[in-house]
Structure formats: structure tokens, C-alpha cells
Design a protein around this ligand. Structure first.
Ligand SMILES: [Zn+2]
Length: 275
């Protein structure tokens, strides 16, 4: 006990932090050192919507020290079916403000930085440089491809997820490490406009956002802690109707136009894939 107390005091936790994070600190794979890593981590969340809701709540609860939130939308009544971070009282408020209020209510010790703007070629490079891990919880292909390309050039880990109707997908991309694949190795370019419906057009099963966003938060915490098996080079596909979750191998594509041996995309510019 004496030794444990000394270790904890070396890590400079307050009494309140020791109690708040007790269930993490008890885990040998996390411990005080891991908890300190979480408290020093900086994660940017793109989108405070269906995926962003559980993601933000769990990362804040886990004590991730700096959480950035970028979203230019306001809370609408139709969001509340799945965007559990927002409440009726916050309809018409900016999602960034509503989300910040909710996560600080859970954990006032963290630093929350909000950006009331759309993630775009004008701000993306500047935004990601201040964070270690980027979580894409956006609802459109333009943002997904931009996030992938920006993270590739900035050498940041991207944890990307998507949901539609009854199915969700999630993967981690760190192409700057160990010859891992990028999002474009799997999807070279966005589908033609109109081919794949949006959640607004096709609908989405609300609780699915909760499960995929929670898995996204797990993978982010694992990346920060450096524990377990990373989701790099794998895609998890969850089909709620058949209650089946599959983990599929993704291979790095040497012909990938971004991370392949002869890349065609060499910088972020007004690429059509980002629109
Ligand atoms: Zn690639």
C-alpha cells in the first residue's frame, strides 16, 4: 500500500483524480501511468453528432485531457433520436456548445476546445497539428477523404467510423507507421454523388450510433495507451439486423493515390474528393 501510494504521488494525481479514475488505475494495462497518458492526450473530434456523442462522453469520462470539437451545426429536434449528448433544452444551440456543456458536467477537469466551423481545406491542416489523434464522426464523404488525406500528411492517427441505416463500420488508419493502409487503400475515391444516400435521406437506427461511437472511443483510448491490438489494417463491420460483427482484413494498396509508392495526391488542395 505504501509503495502504491508513493507511485501514485509520483504521478501527481489529486485525491479526486485517484477516486475518479480508480477503475482504470486498477487495471494493470492502464494503471497510474496509463491514466496519466490519457490525461496528457489531445484528441480532435470531427462532428458532435451521432458518433461524436458517445465518443465525447466516454473520452471525457476517461479523462482525456484535451478534447477538440469541430462542428458548425445547431441542435435540431430530429438529432435527438441518436445524438445523446444533446438535450431538448439545447435545441437551436450550437452542437459544440451543447456538447462542451455536457462533457464538462461529467468531468470538469478536462480542457475542451470548440470550433464552430466546418472541417474544410481552409482549416483542416491547421486544426490537426495541435492533436495526436483525430476521430472522424462526420456524415459525409468529403470530410472523410479530407480527414484521411490531412492526417496522412500530418502523420496523425485517424480513427474513422460511419453509420447508415442498420450498419456501421470502423477502422484505424496510421499509414505513417509500419506500412499501415490508409482510408483510400480501401476506398480510393468517394462514390458518385447520389449513389449512396445520406442518413437524412435513408435513415439510421439510433442506437447503432451509440455502439459504433463507443467502439471508436475504445480504439482511441487503446491507441493513446498503446495496449491491445490496434485496428490498423482491419475494418469492423457491425450489422445490427443479423446481430453480426465481422472484422475484415484490409491490405495496403501499393497503387493507392495517397500512400502508394507513386502517389498522385501530394498535398491538400481543392481536390474534388473533398466537396
Ligand atoms: Zn492508402
Amino acid at each position: 500500500m505504501g509503495q502504491q501510494e508513493k507511485k501514485m504521488s509520483d504521478l501527481d494525481f489529486t485525491e479526486e483524480e485517484i477516486e475518479r479514475y480508480a477503475r482504470h488505475i486498477t487495471l494493470p494495462q492502464v494503471g497510474g501511468i496509463g491514466q496519466r497518458k490519457l490525461m496528457n492526450a489531445k484528441v480532435l473530434i470531427i462532428g458532435a453528432g451521432g458518433l461524436g456523442s458517445p465518443l465525447l462522453l466516454y473520452l471525457a469520462a476517461a479523462g482525456v485531457g484535451t478534447i477538440g470539437i469541430i462542428d458548425d451545426d445547431k441542435v435540431e429536434l430530429s438529432n435527438l433520436q441518436r445524438q445523446i449528448i444533446h438535450s431538448n433544452a439545447n435545441i437551436n444551440a450550437y452542437k459544440t456548445d451543447s456538447a462542451k456543456e455536457a462533457i464538462l458536467a461529467i468531468n470538469p477537469n478536462i480542457n475542451v476546445v470548440t470550433y464552430k466551423e466546418k472541417f474544410s481545406i481552409n482549416n483542416a491542416e491547421n486544426l490537426v497539428k495541435d492533436y495526436e489523434i483525430i476521430a472522424d464522426g462526420s456524415d459525409n464523404f468529403g470530410t472523410r477523404f479530407l480527414a484521411n488525406d490531412v492526417c496522412f500528411f500530418a502523420k496523425k492517427t485517424l480513427v474513422s467510423a460511419a453509420i447508415l441505416r442498420f450498419e456501421g463500420q470502423i477502422s484505424t488508419y496510421s499509414p505513417h507507421k509500419d506500412a499501415n493502409c490508409c482510408y483510400r487503400c480501401l476506398w480510393p475515391e468517394p462514390p458518385p454523388k447520389g449513389l449512396i444516400a445520406s442518413c437524412g435521406e435513408a435513415g439510421v437506427f439510433g442506437a447503432l450510433a451509440g455502439s459504433i461511437g463507443s467502439i471508436q472511443s475504445i480504439e482511441i483510448l487503446k491507441e493513446i495507451l498503446g495496449i491491445g491490438k490496434s485496428l490498423n489494417n482491419y475494418l469492423i463491420i457491425f450489422d445490427t439486423l443479423s446481430a453480426e460483427m465481422r472484422k475484415v482484413k484490409i491490405n495496403k494498396d501499393d497503387n493507392c493515390k495517397l500512400c502508394g509508392s507513386k502517389p498522385k495526391i501530394t498535398k491538400i488542395n481543392n481536390h474534388k474528393d473533398y466537396s
